[in-house]
Design a protein around this ligand. Structure first.
Ligand code: AMP
Ligand code: MN
Ligand code: MN
Ligand code: MN
Length: 296
């Protein structure tokens, strides 16, 4: 018979666990409370709202989660770029008031506005699309991005859905694309760690993949882990990530990347193991999970 480990604490959260969902505070299509509702309907016990470059959805999502008996993990998907490659850094349990990280996200959100205007001006030379069309698709205060331009193209009847817009007019090769400000991934990781957060690279084995050399530098800077179970990671890419994670004892997660009606991704289509969430909780010191007011 094995004795119970006296140091083991009972987990305060319930599964299944999905640590990557978006609301209309960035490029999802639903209010944070509705995202929580969809997560509950999918049978999830724990979720993280990870809007791009913003934490403004946290309060509403945390209240809704508490009400529905779900655990809420404060999160964000921070934009960064390695040359032309965009690198998304999921950040968990950081301090939302950390001045350096807050200044970085404010700068990204602000620069995204001028960038979106430039893209719309470029498209407007060839298609009947205006900035007002895009604003009509964007929640006030939301982090604006190409998905909102996609929605405006759909509303105008120029594209059938977001996917068609991204494959066509919004694709960089079409010539309308403009980039936005973001730090390099190393700086992004350092900012998250300094804010008490746990950085996890989102969908690292999708179309745009970092080099092994860059990943080694990120690990040295305090990278927490990889989001491996994500629909955009290739099978071969997942094996590559598992090898690196095992070698460096990194956290591995699985998530949906839910965007409401903006993507086919469904809440809970991939999930994170409880022991991996426990490692994130043990390591994060800038904010705390919000446990439900009542259990389900
Ligand atoms: P941006 O950060 O403004 O360049 O836009 C990138 C965002 O667009 C990502 O966060 C994705 O959620 C979204 N996106 C990328 N490709 C697609 C697609 N094919 N369909 C729907 N959304 C997409
Ligand atoms: Mn997105
Ligand atoms: Mn992403
Ligand atoms: Mn995402």
């Amino acid at each position: 018979m094995t004795a119970a480990d006296p140091t083991a604490r009972p987990a305060l959260f319930h599964g299944p666990i999905d640590l990557h969902l978006h609301s209309n505070r960035s490029d999802g299509t639903e209010d944070p409370a509705v995202v929580v509702e969809r997560a509950a309907e999918a049978g999830l016990g724990t979720l993280s709202l990870t809007d791009h470059d913003t934490t403004i959805g946290w309060v509403e999502a945390a209240a809704a989660a508490s009400e529905r008996g779900l655990t809420f993990i404060p999160g964000m998907e921070l934009s960064s770029k390695d040359g032309w490659r965009s690198v998304h850094v999921l950040a968990y349990l950081f301090d939302p008031d950390d001045p350096d990280l807050a200044a970085e996200t404010a700068r990204i959100r602000d620069d995204r506005i001028g960038r979106a205007e430039r893209i719309v001006r470029n498209i407007g030379r060839d298609y009947p699309l205006t900035w007002a069309d895009v604003l009509a698709q964007t929640d006030p205060g939301a982090t604006i991005g190409r998905p909102h331009i996609a929605d405006a193209l759909v509303a105008r009847g120029i594209a059938a859905d977001r996917g068609e817009a991204f494959d066509g007019i919004l694709h960089p090769r079409q010539g309308y694309y403009e980039g936005h400000y973001a730090s390099d991934p190393l700086t992004a990781i350092e900012l998250v760690v300094a804010a008490g957060g746990v950085p996890v690279i989102a969908h690292p084995a999708g179309r745009e993949r970092m080099t092994d050399a860059m990943i080694a530098r990120l690990i040295d800077a305090g990278l927490g882990g990889f989001e491996i179970d994500h629909r955009e990671n290739t099978a071969e890419g997942r094996a590559w990530l598992h090898r690196i994670a095992a070698e460096h004892d990194l956290i591995v997660t699985g998530s949906s990347d839910y965007h409401g009606a903006g993507k086919p991704n469904r809440p809970g289509e991939n999930t994170t193991a409880p022991e991996m969430l426990q490692r994130i909780i043990d390591r994060g010191s800038g904010s705390a999970p919000i446990y439900p007011a009542r259990s389900r």
